[in-house]
Design a protein around this ligand. Structure first.
Ligand SMILES: [Zn+2]
Length: 362
């Protein structure tokens, strides 16, 4: 993603009441008595704006968690809980990184696509590629690109979109020494961890008892960027969003969740600014689920708005949040390697997202 620093303010999640509060310089009004259903009705997915005076309150699900620890929480859901395999998720991450760089249009990307198609089809997904071409400003020629769409329960007309990018950046721009910029950049947590996360989730998707469909969408060319100030980011998500708007599919995305820079050890996910602005209801549902499960990485503090793949989706009416720790210190450095990542982090995030999916998808 692209860096943009503006600090908007602070959201406080009252962990006892599970209520989101904004500081007084925001115009949002809090009504602690009002509760919301976690379901994503058409109305509930309507975008909100920071200028809105609509009350923003959460349900009081966190109340139910009083006295519960994490294992008791899991025990409550016996028979339904998903046993995300943290070790296997890390093995998938290693396997992807062993391909080497996976720059858009490259041989590495082609290899990755073949591996992923075989993997997701093996576990019962419907896999399609959305192919297109684009010309990056700094490049002499067009490049062939493809977003990868992995569908679970493809007959469902109401769907949730989980997404990330699967290209690796051609240049490690945050390395101090310019000589290091062109060394192979593996990008373990930047994009790749999302792909590995989806690969592990593939083992469990068919077992979910839900009445909605789920798509994993992997965007190409999120950062096919050679010259930072000149080249365009987000080629894949922008194409995907425009196609969704123009060629209306027969299904609708009720919600979207973007995962980026999320799988390292001890991450911290403040509420990304655009997510709060465009999809507050989804933020509330997920951060409250995290609070209930005592997953501390999700902190109910409003972070900086970040330019990322969710912007294009929100623009075409898919309310999408970004789960991201932009303080990841290996960002765009050669040290963004698998050893920075954690299967346990992925497992925590999976448990939060899948419980949220069960709540909104039934
Ligand atoms: Zn990146």
């Amino acid at each position: 993603m692209k860096k943009k620093i503006i600090i908007l303010g602070v959201i406080i999640l009252n962990s006892t009441l599970g209520i989101f509060m904004l500081p007084s310089n925001h115009s949002k009004v809090i009504d602690p008595q009002e509760t919301i259903s976690p379901s994503l009705t058409a109305n509930s997915t309507t975008n909100s704006t920071t200028n809105s005076t609509t009350n923003k309150t959460g349900n009081n699900a966190a109340d139910e968690s009083k006295g519960q620890n994490k294992s008791e929480f899991a025990a409550d859901r016996d028979g339904e809980s998903i046993d995300f395999d943290a070790k296997r998720a890390m093995e998938y991450l290693q396997k992807l990184c062993q391909i080497g760089t996976r720059i858009s249009g490259s041989e590495g990307m082609k290899k990755q696509r073949e591996l992923l198609k075989a993997h997701f089809e093996k576990y019962g997904a419907k896999v399609t590629f959305q192919e297109f071409e684009a010309k990056q400003k700094s490049r002499p020629d067009k490049v062939k690109l493809a977003n990868m769409i992995i569908q679970w329960f493809p007959d469902q007309k109401r769907r949730i979109l989980f997404c990330g990018h699967y290209d690796t950046r051609p240049i490690a721009h945050e390395e101090r020494n310019h000589k290091d910029w062109s060394k192979p950049f593996i990008s373990a947590n930047d994009g790749t961890s999302t792909v590995a996360f989806f690969m592990e989730l593939a083992h469990h998707m068919k077992k979910l008892k839900i009445k909605i469909g789920i798509d994993f969408v992997l965007f190409d060319a999120e950062e096919y960027v050679f010259e930072k100030e000149r080249d365009k980011y987000f080629l894949g998500s922008e194409y995907f969003a425009q196609d969704y708007r123009k060629n209306k599919p027969e299904y609708v995305y009720a919600a979207g969740v973007l995962l980026d820079l999320f799988a390292h050890k001890n991450p911290r996910f403040p509420v990304e600014g655009h997510s709060w602005e465009s999809a507050a209801r989804i933020v509330q549902g997920i951060w409250q689920e995290a609070s209930l499960q005592k997953v501390k990485a999700f902190v109910a503090v409003e972070g900086q708005p970040i330019q990322d793949d969710h912007i294009a989706l929100n623009r075409v009416g898919i309310p999408t949040i970004d789960i991201i720790d932009f303080d990841y210190k290996h960002w765009h450095k050669l040290s963004d390697l698998p050893e920075q990542c954690s299967g346990e982090t992925m497992k925590d995030v999976a448990n939060v997202l899948l419980e949220w999916v069960k709540k909104v998808g039934n």
